[in-house]
Write a protein that binds this ligand. Structure first.
Ligand code: PHE
Ligand code: ZN
Length: 821
């Protein structure tokens, strides 16, 4: 959205810098509207050329080169300053630049800004140039020393504090780093403290900085941090490398969090938690994001990116690592299912629309718009495939080599691939296509069975074009009619456009379980019958594919409801009942199996059938299906609720979170039978946000709606993060017929403040992405509502505006009427 540069930037134009910066000493004299920044750097010429330093919206006050005033040699441009080569010394020289900036006027939340009176910074990707003139590119790695002058008691920067006095503090980071990892914070904060002893015996001080009133909401994040530190030692051999690690929670933040060296800055939503204010799902997100940012210390900070085209080098790998961590902490099956739901919702959508781009793009206009599901989530899938292809042992050795070979460097995808090739003596030229070609491959499956020989014929296509075939790992298992596994999971490596895989000594025609654990980010095109899916739902040993089969069965039933008005399909209904009564399945897994397919997946099914999807009809069919499920389970509810008696069991250790998930799912269904009576009483007894929220959601489509909305507000109006939920839960769960009206009303509520990204997303984002039938309303007014807000947001915060544009990716799928407004 922010098109500050009209020119495109090309990977092929990359050139190493003619200058490097060895060290920087920054002094900040903090002031809300007139902050003075003095930057004293040692610059080393590598090649004689003009020097250009990036800088945006800075007031240049003074320049000294080797101590003598040089402002007359400085040319000032819109996006930086420059010096003639002939005016610069031939050897290393010092340059001291003084600038003035206005944090208070900075609404973009990039560079140095104020959040509720607290100074903080955000420099990735190109925010440092809004602070001072610099070679603001990730391959320039320098040692930073920072002096913070402010009347605020808390004054922080990267690394270790080495000195302090009345109104000032000095920080020193011994590790060279790119400017995007710089951070500074000043405010009136308290720290929640702990420590961690590394495996080599070094003690690391851990601090989470928050406002006074939030100090009792830090314990879980701290625990997650310590588990992350241990996990990275055990699984990747990575030890922390400073004697202090700090996290700061801020209310105004564009993204989830930022991995600044030794001083992570977090959106407060992903730090603060107490059972009364955070749900089980919030706990999971906090744990995952704390791990993600911590893991960046090695994959991102110690080994960084040469240029922003390589963004997935750090992000894809770090997402993969945080996924592994969460799977280890909480079980891999459900984690994998939820990750794939996300991937399909966001990344597959992206790859199928106008914003489709490769994991390693070759050009961009605005790097801020490349923090996408493709770079992050598809990037992580590519690491997952490498992990599968070489196996866990070789993967570990390969990563050891990666750290050994590239520690302290700014690297490329080529460096990464080369490490895998060298360690495993393989050629990954074909695999590398995954980084270069956009789009989701389709793998078509045909099977045949003759003389105890079972053959799978796999054919790959990409974007309907004659692309070069990719290397696709496909996990397959085979079951016989009795539900026994006759072939355990086998990894097939599809490398040709069309390839046959034959299995011998198979006595009867088997039922295949294809793409177990979602071994590759592809779409499998294989016609299965409802009977086959019901069979796999019952017998498949692979948690992912078992769920996948259930989803297919559900989709087929719902599609029949949409097209033929049929009620819930008998086979599907039966399977639901079986799942619920199956004693060998975990409650949390049952909750996942019970989740109905997304509106998007049904939309795509209808398009495949040549139908024009109507969002409201899809929604109605989903409700009809829920009613059907409620009817089938009617007699079981009392018993089920008794079994799940976990109410008010508030535990952040998640031991019972699966039970609570199942409880929530059933409570919602139960409202179709009792009009919300039980949910209402649950609401009134709830002691944890998990229970409160699940009752609140259940009541959104009952007569208790209005009452519960105002009750919730009255209880929680003092708590920003909980009021974010209040906005978002209403937007998502409102009956689509009134959803737009309700969203418009909420946008006029006194607590709606579009300048806070969390609040903006909790209303506008939740409505657009979470209430598809409301957003895609036939009048087109949902689009207008969203577009107006995006335009308004773009004026103050282009990054937050741009991220919401993703909601417009799918509108072409629906009929023309709604598009014409
Ligand atoms: N690098 C951050 C992460 O992945 C994300 C981020 C990007 C945050 C840009 C702020 C700005 O953890
Ligand atoms: Zn990241």
């Amino acid at each position: 959205m922010e098109i500050t540069k009209t020119d495109r930037i090309f990977l092929s134009d990359y050139k190493p810098s003619d200058y490097k910066i060895d060290d920087v000493f920054l002094t900040f004299k903090l002031h809300p509207s007139k902050t003075i920044v003095i930057s004293k750097m040692t610059i080393v010429p590598i090649k004689k050329s003009n020097l250009f330093l990036n800088g945006i919206k800075l007031k240049l006050k003074d320049v000294k080169i080797n101590g003598s005033s040089s402002i007359s040699l400085t040319k000032v441009h819109d996006e930086g300053i420059s010096f003639e080569a002939s005016d610069l010394p031939d050897k290393a020289f010092s340059i001291e630049i003084t600038t003035e900036i206005n944090p208070q006027a900075n609404t973009s939340l990039e560079g140095l800004y104020l959040s509720n009176g607290m100074y903080c910074t955000q420099c990735e990707a190109e925010g440092f140039r809004k602070i001072t003139y610099y070679l603001d590119r990730p391959d320039i790695m320098a040692k930073f020393k920072v002096r913070v002058e402010s009347k605020h008691p808390t004054k922080l920067s990267n690394g270790n504090q080495i000195d302090e006095g009345e109104g000032w503090a000095v920080w020193d980071d011994p590790w060279p780093k790119p400017s995007y990892l710089f951070a500074l914070v000043a405010g009136d904060l308290l720290s929640f403290d702990d420590y961690f002893v590394t495996r080599s015996g070094k003690e690391v001080v851990l601090k989470i900085w928050v406002r006074k009133e939030d100090i009792n909401k830090c314990a879980f994040a701290m625990d997650a941090l310590k588990r992350s530190m241990l996990w990275d030692e055990v699984n990747y051999g990575r030890e922390y490398d400073l004697s202090i690690f700090q996290i700061v929670a801020v209310d105004d933040f564009n993204m989830g969090a930022m991995e600044n060296k030794g001083l992570n800055i977090f959106n407060s939503k992903y730090v603060l938690a107490s059972p009364e204010t955070a749900t089980d799902n919030d706990y999971k997100l906090i744990e995952g994001i704390i791990a993600h940012e911590y893991f960046h210390n090695w994959t991102g900070n110690r080994i960084t990116c040469r240029d922003w085209f390589q963004l997935s080098l750090k992000e894809g790998l770090t997402v993969f690592r945080d996924q592994q961590f969460s799977a280890d902490q909480r079980g891999s099956g459900i984690k994998r299912i939820n990750d794939v739901i996300q991937l399909r919702n966001r990344q597959f959508e992206e790859d199928n629309g106008p914003l489709s781009h490769p994991v390693r793009p070759s050009e961009y206009k605005e790097i801020n718009n490349f923090y996408t599901a493709t770079i992050y989530e598809k990037g992580a899938e590519l690491i997952n495939m490498l992990h599968k292809l070489v196996g866990p042992k070789a993967y570990k050795e390969t990563l050891d080599l990666y750290f050994e070979r590239h520690d302290g460097e700014a690297c490329t995808i080529e460096d990464w691939i080369k490490v895998f090739e060298d360690n495993n003596e393989i050629d990954l030229k074909q695999f590398k296509l995954w980084y270069e070609q956009a789009g989701t491959p389709i793998v078509t499956v045909q099977e045949s069975f003759k003389n105890s020989q079972y053959t799978l014929k796999l054919k790959q296509t990409l974007n309907n074009k004659n692309n070069e075939p990719m290397l696709i790992p496909i996990s397959v298992g085979l079951l016989n009619k009795k539900g026994e596994e006759v072939l355990e999971t086998n990894l097939l490596t599809l490398s040709e456009r069309e390839q046959e895989f034959t299995f011998n000594n198979i006595k009867t025609k088997p039922i295949p379980s294809i793409l177990r654990d979602f071994s590759a980010p592809v779409i499998i095109n294989y016609k299965t019958t409802d009977e086959q899916n019901a069979f796999l739902l019952q017998y498949d040993t692979n948690e992912f594919n078992k769920w996948e089969a259930g989803q297919k069965l559900a989709r087929s039933s719902i599609i029949q409801t949409i097209l033929e008005g049929k009620p819930i399909d008998g086979l599907f209904a039966n399977s639901i009942k079986k799942v619920i009564s199956n004693k060998s399945l975990e409650p949390g897994y049952k909750a996942v199996l019970l989740k109905l397919p997304t509106q998007d997946s049904l939309t795509d099914d209808l398009i495949k059938l040549g139908e024009t999807p109507d969002p409201l009809e899809i929604h109605k069919a989903l409700i009809k299906t829920e009613i059907g499920c409620a009817e089938i389970l009617k007699d079981d509810f009392v018993k089920l609720f008794k079994e799940l008696k976990t109410m008010n069991n508030q535990s952040s250790d998640m031991a019972d979170s699966g039970k609570r998930d199942l409880h929530s799912a059933l409570l919602k269904l139960n409202t179709y039978n009792d009009g919300g009576e039980l949910a209402f009483s649950r609401y009134n007894q709830a002691k944890s946000m998990t229970d409160l929220q699940s009752a609140f959601i259940s009541l959104m489509t009952t007569d208790f709606r209005k009452e519960i909305i105002s009750k919730f507000y009255d209880t929680w109006k003092h708590d920003k993060l909980v009021i974010d939920k209040w906005f978002s839960l209403q937007s998502i769960n409102c009956d689509p017929q009134y959803a737009l009206e309700s969203a418009i009303d909420l946008s006029m509520h006194q607590d709606f403040n579009y300048k806070n990204p969390n609040r903006f997303r909790s209303l506008i984002g939740s409505f657009c992405a979470g209430n598809p039938a409301g957003f895609h309303v036939i009048s087109g007014k949902g689009y207008k509502f969203a577009a107006d807000w995006i335009i308004k947001q773009d004026k103050i915060n282009p990054q937050t505006a741009a991220r919401l544009c993703a909601v417009f990716q799918s509108w072409k799928k629906y009929d023309k009427t709604r598009q014409n407004t």
